[in-house]
Design a protein around this ligand. Sequence first.
Ligand code: ATP
Length: 344
Amino acid sequence: MSASPAISASRETEYSTRADDRPPVLQVEELAICYGKLEVCSDVSLHVRRGEALALIGESGSGKSVTVLAVTGLLGRGGAVSRGRVMLDGEEISHLNIRERRRRGLLGRRIGLIFQNPSRALDPVFTIGQQLNEALGLTGLSGKEALRRKGAEWLRHVGLPDPEEALDRYPHQLSGGQRQRAMIAIALASEPELLIADEPTTALDVTIQAQVLNLIRRLQRELNLALVVVTHDFGVVAAMADRVAVMYAGQVVETGTVAEIINAPRHPYTRALLASLPTGEPGARIAALPGSVPSAVAMPAGCRFHPRCPMAIGRCSREAPQLQPAADGYLLRCLRAEEIARHV
Ligand SMILES: Nc1ncnc2c1ncn2[C@@H]1O[C@H](COP(=O)(O)OP(=O)(O)OP(=O)(O)O)[C@@H](O)[C@H]1O
């Protein structure tokens, strides 16, 4: 029996335009990404609207970071989009080089970035105020006093104590949590429409993580931003997102609302990921997921997850499943989707 027809991109488009006539802020359609001849992502489709937060989740090596790098145009040496499209507000941007992206204000201006490590994102030789000024300048704001006033306002917005004073500080004069807050202020000061947060709290102390997650979520809602948050942590998904795209081996394997994915996951990979979380109950056993994500040089034939899948049958090693609608707005990539649906 053959696999179902490839419909991922068209279905993503169909679903994404049903509820709201405006194009999504970000729409990624059947994206493939190569480094040299190596295809590290081969079929990524997702979208996010204004006021909505989408989490990208998957184990290390599943392709989350390269997907957001392709969106920002920062794939680096040898990296390129080889198929598919990235659309920002309905305009295709996948083919634009860095110079053209800068000219159109895509980097920093329309797409804000929050990285895992603020020390890498902040420039150590400039004060927080100077770095805020650069972002504010992108909105057309000018004049020393106006910039200072607005800069302090942003630092107050992200909860930095003594915002006026913090403007004159260098990054190394702030604590880790404060640096992360300053980076968030700088990312938002240019008033982007899309905010991308790649593992935004992994480098922070556990006690600070929840505060920073809450801050990003609050600002995303207040500013009605489209947010893509990259994580390997279902706690972050639950705290931050409206919808989730689960990635495995360079593909989206399941996408739906947070409630659908966390309460009633259908893909065997998502189920295994959730089953491997500690429950907190004393003596509870963790069902660990055996094996690891295959590398791009040794991608299994058929379903990429089949060697690790507890539900795999013969055809899973031969047929490559497509991302299919399993319910309204809910997409699943599994050859056994219908059987699974009967048991949900
Ligand atoms: N610069 C690069 N050159 C070649 N291959 C790369 C490069 N960057 C990433 N890859 C490959 O792309 C695949 C996806 O990697 P990616 O970093 O996107 O995964 P991830 O899901 O973000 O993992 P992590 O959670 O560890 O960041 C991996 O197989 C990785 O080895």
